[in-house]
Write a protein of this length. Structure first.
Length: 407
C-alpha cells in the first residue's frame, strides 16, 4: 500500500511538471512573436515610406507628418502586446496556481493514502506476526502429537505383536502342552491332536517362511502315528474296578461243598429200634464227606493273614496302575501277572467275581505298551528358531523426545 501511494504521488508530480513545461513553452513562443513584431521594418506598415525617405534625404528635412500614424500604430501594437503579455501571465499564473492546488490536493490525498497504507501495513504486519506465532504453536503441537503417536505405535507394537508372532506363540504353547502330555501321561492321541491343530493354524496363515516348521510338525506327527495305541484311561479304569473288587472276592478256603442229599423218608410203620438205628446212620454219614478234586489244596489262612493278603493284592494293582501311567511296560506286566497268580492261588476260582478278575488281569497282561515315547524336540526347535529370527529382523522405532511447548 505504501508503494502504491508513492507511485501515485510520483505520477501526480510528473503530470504537474509536464503541464507547467507546456505553459512555459507557450509563454516563450508568445515572447518570440512579440519581439519579432516590434523589430519589423517600417516598410511593412507603410507602402509609401521609400519615396518619403528619399524625399527627406533630398530635401534634408525629416518627414514628421508621415511618421505619426506609424508611431500611433506601434503604440497600439505595444499596448496590445503588453495586454496580451499581462493576460498570458495572468492566465499562466492562474493555471499555475490551479496546478499547484491540484498537486497539493493530490499530495495531501497521497499522503493520507500513504498514512492509511502504513497503518494497514502495520496492522497486517501485526496480523502476520500473530499468524506466524499461531503457526509456530501449531507446528510445535503437531510435532508433539507426532512424537506421541510414534511412541504409542512403538508401545502398541511392543504390547500387541503381529499376527505372525501371535501364531508362533500359540504354536509354541501347543507344542509345550503336547510334550507334557507325552512325557507325563503318554497320551499320544492328545499330542497328535495338538500337532494337527498347530499345523492348521500355520496353514491358515500361509507364510512361505513357515515351511520348515510345518515340515518338522509333519515328521513329528508321523512318528506319533507309528506309536501303538494304548488306552491308558480305559486300562486305569479297569484296574480301579479290580482294586475295588478285592474286598468282595471269596477265598479258596471258604469254598462250600455241595449240600448233602436229603435222607430217605422213613416208613410210617417202623419199629422203634429200627428208627433209632436209621437216625444214627444218617448222623455218621454227615460227619465224614469224601470228595474227588483235581485242584491243589487251598492254603489255610488265618483271619489276620486274610487282611494282609487283600492289602498286598490291592498294592500290586496300584503299582501296576502307576507303571501304566509311567509307561513302564516291564513293571506293569510284572505287577499284573503277580496279582493274577495271587488271585488264582488264594481265591475261589469257581466264583464268578474271581473269574472276571482273572480274565481282566489276563487281558491287561497282554497289552503291548510302547517302549519309548517320541519327543517333539524337532518342532520345538523349529518354532524357537523362527521366533528368534523374527525378533532380530523386526525393526524397533526409537522413542522421539517430546517437543517443548512454547512459552
Amino acid at each position: 500500500m505504501a508503494g502504491a501511494g508513492a507511485a501515485a504521488e510520483t505520477v501526480a508530480c510528473r503530470s504537474f511538471y509536464s503541464a507547467l513545461s507546456s505553459r512555459r513553452r507557450r509563454l516563450v513562443e508568445f515572447d518570440r512573436l512579440l519581439e519579432s513584431a516590434t523589430r519589423r521594418p517600417l516598410s511593412m506598415t507603410d507602402p509609401d515610406s521609400p519615396q518619403r525617405a528619399s524625399a527627406a534625404l533630398t530635401s534634408g528635412v525629416r518627414p514628421l507628418p508621415a511618421r505619426s500614424p506609424n508611431r500611433a500604430m506601434l503604440v497600439v501594437v505595444a499596448l496590445a502586446l503588453v495586454a496580451a503579455v499581462v493576460v498570458g501571465w495572468w492566465d499562466a499564473r492562474r493555471v499555475t496556481d490551479a496546478l499547484r492546488a491540484d498537486v497539493a490536493r493530490e499530495l495531501t490525498t497521497a499522503q493520507a493514502a500513504a498514512t492509511q497504507a502504513t497503518a494497514k501495513e502495520a496492522a497486517l504486519a501485526g496480523d502476520l506476526r500473530e499468524a506466524q506465532a499461531k503457526l509456530a504453536l501449531l507446528e510445535t503441537r503437531l510435532a508433539e502429537s507426532q512424537s506421541q503417536q510414534a511412541a504409542l505405535e512403538s508401545l502398541y507394537r511392543d504390547l500387541s505383536p503381529s499376527r505372525d508372532e501371535l501364531v508362533l506363540t500359540e504354536v509354541e504353547q501347543v507344542l509345550a502342552l503336547a510334550a507334557q502330555e507325552l512325557q507325563l501321561a503318554g497320551n499320544v492321541q492328545a499330542a497328535l491332536a495338538a500337532l494337527q491343530l498347530a499345523d492348521a493354524k500355520l496353514a491358515r496363515l500361509d507364510r512361505p517362511r513357515l515351511s520348515p516348521l510345518r515340515r518338522a510338525l509333519a515328521d513329528d506327527m508321523n512318528r506319533l502315528k507309528a506309536v501303538p495305541f494304548v488306552d491308558v484311561a480305559g486300562i486305569a479304569a479297569r484296574l480301579d474296578q479290580a482294586i475295588t473288587a478285592v474286598d468282595t472276592l471269596p477265598l479258596a478256603r471258604d469254598e462250600r461243598l455241595p449240600a448233602a442229599a436229603a435222607p430217605e423218608p422213613a416208613p410210617a410203620v417202623m419199629p422203634a429200634w429200627e428208627r433209632l438205628l436209621r437216625d444214627m446212620w444218617n448222623d455218621l454219614k454227615g460227619l465224614v464227606r469224601i470228595e474227588h478234586s483235581d485242584r491243589v489244596a487251598a492254603p489255610l489262612i488265618t483271619p489276620s493273614q486274610q487282611y494282609f493278603l487283600r492289602e498286598n493284592l490291592r498294592l500290586r494293582l496300584l503299582s501296576a496302575r502307576i507303571a501304566l501311567l509311567a509307561r513302564n511296560d516291564a513293571a506293569f506286566k510284572s505287577d499284573v501277572k503277580a496279582a493274577e497268580t495271587w488271585v488264582r492261588q488264594y481265591f475261589d476260582t469257581r466264583a464268578k467275581p474271581v473269574q472276571t478278575l482273572i480274565a481282566t488281569l489276563s487281558q491287561l497282561a497282554a497289552v503291548v505298551m510302547p517302549a519309548e515315547m517320541p519327543e517333539l524336540t524337532q518342532s520345538q526347535l523349529a518354532v524357537r528358531t523362527l521366533r528368534a529370527t523374527q525378533e532380530r529382523t523386526t525393526p524397533r522405532v526409537p522413542d522421539k523426545p517430546a517437543a517443548a511447548a512454547p512459552r
